[in-house]
Write a protein that binds this ligand. Structure first.
Ligand code: FMN
Length: 422
């Protein structure tokens, strides 16, 4: 469908704010950097930092040693591949790291836009309730403009922070991929007498984890959005909806805005910007990927399908579990699906010494280690089109873009045109 309008003909009203209706989605672990989020805010939109593995991220940026200290404390447990129940996060340190991370963004914020943090419930951190409560509260303490609840139903998340002085002033939203998930969230959070300020409706073409099963291809964003819109109308609930997943051009975005979305959330096009946290050679992998290089699989121990480039080094790596350093996916009982898969392969190798010693695990991955090392190249479905957004240089690499260039291309382009770097 073509439209004569562009994104800039619309504004996203959020409380008393009027924003450019472009949100850059959270991309863990440190793929949506502070620098990227700040650019979105400077340009009048919304940027996200991520609260995934914050102590590790802060160690890299501020030379702190939360991760080293954790490993030191639990070193004796490293070879214990049966029981990780004792490997806990120190809540005071988690709070401190989250505050440092959020302040890095908020202290440098310029312009009329906002900086939010993406908070994933699936980071259960061997104490799901305690750790998420600390992460949410610390982000509010440190002055974050808003929190986008992600990767989970978050049925208890509002309740955990309803006593916080900023609970009613900060912008709080949730990502859903179905009407049912939104209905559950609203019903379970009725007690806190607060609706979400916005709802991101994420379709099956998004990057990262998907809120669908392996039948994701049977769904489409426009239909889910329309269903949620109709329900909100029937319930007389006025909550801005933000469309996400597969929105590649300004014209794609405009179609959703004309259909009643208040804004769009986009991510994939920003993975090849200079401000994105992926190392530059990996940005080239994103540029060069073809459609059949992009797969959705179930190797994430979270249980959600995840989309990625199929040459990601994480696939089949057989890494020794690093729960003593990381442990972000350990559930309430100190378990992670990757440990079980790894132990199975260790036992298989031991049972067949003639078959070689190398451990390879294909059905699950050590997500903490590989996301920290940028070895799991998660991406949106449209990644194969990134090469059309830049120019190939003499050395065969594509030119990196500025976040401002991509943001403005979304904001001003018409007729499905994509502005190439000048
Ligand atoms: C590299 C990458 C990492 C992502 N990581 C996260 C994440 O940590 N949490 C989350 O809620 N969504 C994550 N997403 C989803 C985005 O925030 C966004 O909603 C979605 O990708 C938008 O669709 P698009 O990429 O087609 O523009 C990620 C997306 C990408 C491309």
């Amino acid at each position: 469908m073509t439209t004569l309008k562009c994104v800039d003909d619309f504004r996203f009203r959020l409380g008393n704010k009027e924003l450019v209706p472009i949100m850059i989605g959270g991309m863990g672990v440190d793929i949506s950097t502070v620098e990227l989020a700040l650019e979105a805010a400077r340009l009048g939109g919304v940027g996200h930092i991520s609260d995934a593995m914050v102590p590790t991220v802060i160690d890299r940026h501020l030379k702190t040693h939360y991760t080293k200290d954790k490993l030191k404390q639990y070193k004796s447990n490293v070879t214990n591949l049966a029981d990780k129940t004792t490997v806990k996060f120190h809540l005071g340190e988690l709070e401190e790291a989250t505050r440092l991370h959020v302040r890095r963004a908020m202290d440098s914020k310029r312009g009329d836009g906002l900086v939010f943090i993406n908070c994933m419930e699936k980071l259960t951190m061997n104490a799901p309730r305690e750790t998420i409560k600390v992460r949410l509260s610390a982000a509010l303490d440190a002055g974050i403009d808003g929190i986008t609840l992600a990767a989970g139903l978050h049925l208890g998340s509002f309740g955990m922070i309803e006593g916080h002085p900023r609970f009613r002033d900060a912008k709080l939203g949730i990502i859903v991929s179905s009407l049912r998930a939104l209905q559950l969230f609203i019903r379970k959070n009725v007690r806190s007498k607060r609706l979400p300020d916005y709802v991101v409706v994420e379709g099956p073409l998004a990057g990262g984890h998907l809120g669908f099963g392996m039948d994701w291809a049977d769904y489409d964003l426009a239909s889910i959005l329309a269903e949620i819109q109709a329900w909100l109308k029937a319930e007389q609930l006025d909550i801005p909806l933000i469309a996400a997943g597969g929105i590649f051009t300004g014209s794609d975005a405009t179609v959703f805005l004309e259909a009643g979305a208040a804004a769009v959330q986009v991510a994939t096009r920003f993975t090849v910007t200079r401000e994105c946290g992926l190392p530059d050679p990996i940005k080239q992998e994103y540029y060069k990927a073809n459609e059949d290089d992009i797969v959705v699989n179930t190797i994430s121990p979270t249980g959600y399908p995840m989309r990625m480039i199929k040459s990601s080094p994480a696939i089949g790596a057989g890494t020794h579990p690093n729960c003593e350093s990381f442990g972000y996916l350990l559930d309430a009982n100190g378990r992670c699906a990757y440990i079980d898969a790894y132990n199975r392969e260790v036992a298989a190798v031991a049972a067949n010494p003639a078959g070689g010693k190398k451990i390879k695990v294909y059905d699950k991955t050590c997500l903490c280690t590989h996301m920290r090392d940028f070895d799991l190249w998660t991406c949106g479905h449209t990644t194969y089109r990134l090469k059309d957004t830049s120019v190939k240089q003499e050395d065969g690499n594509y030119a990196l873009l500025s976040a401002e260039h991509v943001f403005h291309d979304y904001q001003f382009s018409k007729n499905n045109e994509i502005k190439l770097p000048g």
